[in-house]
Design a protein around this ligand. Structure first.
Ligand code: SAH
Ligand code: SF4
Ligand code: F3S
Length: 465
């Protein structure tokens, strides 16, 4: 049984601070829901919380520094708040394990991303005076099924379909911290989606680090392998099954890899109602030499071929990407190849990262020979290119009417609402009476920025939930 901290009579409250990717966001939500199921309350703010968890990311050095800084501050706060429990979970917890307790003195627990189901027992052990608890989760005994708990509210939800990653890109720490790849059997995914939809969710995003590998390592479908639309590949088949769940309006999946952009996937995106015309397809570099050193498993030509296959099947497809600048040995010529690939692929949006060596990855053995200033310059150049490209693409949408899922009042101006198109563009529009989160509205686009569209709901438009 859990115990409240000294001097409190209400059930202990928990606050989860999240760094990192969508997978961490999803994990944070499931941790919060799991602890609520064990009698905790959710704190609105970390200053009110009895238990604070920091869900950490290891993908770049900066991400780890931020989380360590945050943990240090929280632990220092224990002086004024006796009984406060502070723990680290997630990717850095897995990478550093007990070392993290030595670096951040006073930390109560360290729990890896595939050991999150142990958290109620871990916090209980800390309350019982048996801390600090280290359960980083190295070795073979990783959990198979992810947590499936969700918090209520909101029209959109993330659903894990693939854990870990077996790709081992040369620069990337994710396979180390997230473990071996494992795909969830489809029936569990479908049950989770059905339960979400019964609670008002209208949009799901299926998550996996390399999501198109779904079902390649372990079987996910029982019996005969052909769907009604004739799909044999596991991911298109899953998309079809999720699309058949009554009440689902939108389906997204991320992140992609060009090897998974098959004819079947293109057809699934085009033919299954609800599958959104958007794909996040990280390219990382446009230079074959660098792509080879990164062990990405494709050339620029192969990537562009995948893009063409998808674009020819899916009208209005929006593509977004990730790029790393300053990988070891990246020359000006390699960098220019990235610039031209980005122009040729016509990305709607791009996240640009400066290469950060990660201990234990193959690239860490290579010389990090592009200077910090040069990484910054290349980063700026690509961002500027992308801003112009984004603006050009978005301006072409002016005057058109797009289907938007309303999300909530705009942060800047409460008289306006924000929503998203199927192509994942943010649209700001004047609010109308009766609007609610999850409503699908038709919005005429009046104005475009590089990142955002502005428009107005068409008069007489019915609000559909
Ligand atoms: N699973 C996703 C990527 C997860 S990490 C995929 O493969 O598509 C998100 C992004 O961080 C990557 O796409 C890459 O662009 C960037 N990244 C990963 N490791 C990095 C490193 N060591 N330095 C800089 N950026 C990195
Ligand atoms: Fe990292 Fe590559 Fe796996 Fe993405 S596919 S998580 S970049 S190893
Ligand atoms: Fe970071 Fe872990 Fe995601 S390292 S990017 S939080 S999988």
């Amino acid at each position: 049984m859990m115990r409240p901290s000294p001097g409190r009579t209400a059930p202990p409250s928990v606050y989860v601070k999240t760094y990192g990717c969508q997978m961490n966001e999803r994990d944070s939500e499931s941790i919060a829901a799991l602890l609520i199921g064990h009698g905790y309350r959710l704190a609105q703010d970390e200053v009110d919380a009895d238990v604070i968890l920091v869900n950490t990311c290891s993908v770049r050095g900066k991400a780890e520094e931020k989380a360590i800084g945050k943990l240090g501050l929280l632990v220092a706060g224990k002086r004024e708040r006796p009984g406060l429990v502070v723990g680290a979970v997630g990717c850095m917890a897995r990478r550093l394990g007990g070392e993290l307790v030595r670096r951040v003195k006073g930390l109560d627990f360290v729990v890896g991303p595939r050991r999150l189901h142990t958290l109620p027992a871990v916090v209980e052990a800390v309350y019982a005076g048996r801390g600090p608890v280290i359960d980083a989760g190295e070795g073979e005994d990783e959990m198979a099924e992810p947590l499936t708990e969700h918090l209520t509210g909101g029209p959109s939800a993330f659903v894990n379909i693939l854990l870990g990653c077996d790709r081992h890109c040369a620069y990337c720490i994710v396979p180390v911290v997230r473990g071996r790849e494992w795909s969830r059997p489809a029936d569990g995914v479908l049950r989770e989606v059905e339960s979400l939809v019964s609670r008002g969710v209208r949009e799901v995003t299926l998550l996996g680090q390399s999501v198109m590998s779904y079902g390649r390592v372990n079987p996910v479908w029982p019996g005969e392998y052909v769907s009604r639309l004739g799909f044999r590949e596991p991911l298109p088949r899953l998309l079809e099954a999720v699309g058949a769940v009554e009440g689902i309006r939108r389906i997204r999946f991320t992140s992609g890899h060009p090897s998974g952009c098959t004819v079947e996937l293109a057809r699934a995106m085009a033919e299954i109602p609800g599958v959104c015309p958007h794909l996040h397809l990280p390219v990382q570099s446009g230079s074959d030499r660098i792509l080879g050193m990164m062990r990405r498993g494709y050339t620029a030509g192969y990537y562009l071929e995948a893009v063409r296959r998808l674009r020819s099947a899916v009208p209005g497809l929006a593509l977004t990407t990730d790029v790393i600048v300053g990988f070891p040995g990246e020359t000006e010529e390699d960098f220019q190849a990235t610039r031209s690939l980005m122009e040729e692929a016509v990305f709607d949006n791009a996240f640009i990262f400066k290469y950060s060596p990660r201990e234990g990855t193959p690239a860490a053995a290579m010389k990090d020979d592009v200077t910090a200033e040069e990484k910054l310059r290349r980063n700026h150049v690509l961002l500027e290119d992308q801003d112009k490209r984004g603006l050009r693409i978005n301006e072409a949408l002016q005057g058109t009417t797009l289907e938007v899922m309303a999300e909530g009042p705009s942060l800047r101006n409460q008289a306006r609402w924000a929503g998203r198109t199927g192509s994942n563009k943010i649209v700001i529009f004047e609010s109308v009476a009766g609007i609610e989160a999850g409503a699908i509205v038709q919005v005429r686009i009046d104005k475009a920025g590089a990142q955002t569209l502005y428009g107005s709901i068409q008069p007489g438009e019915r609000l559909t939930g």
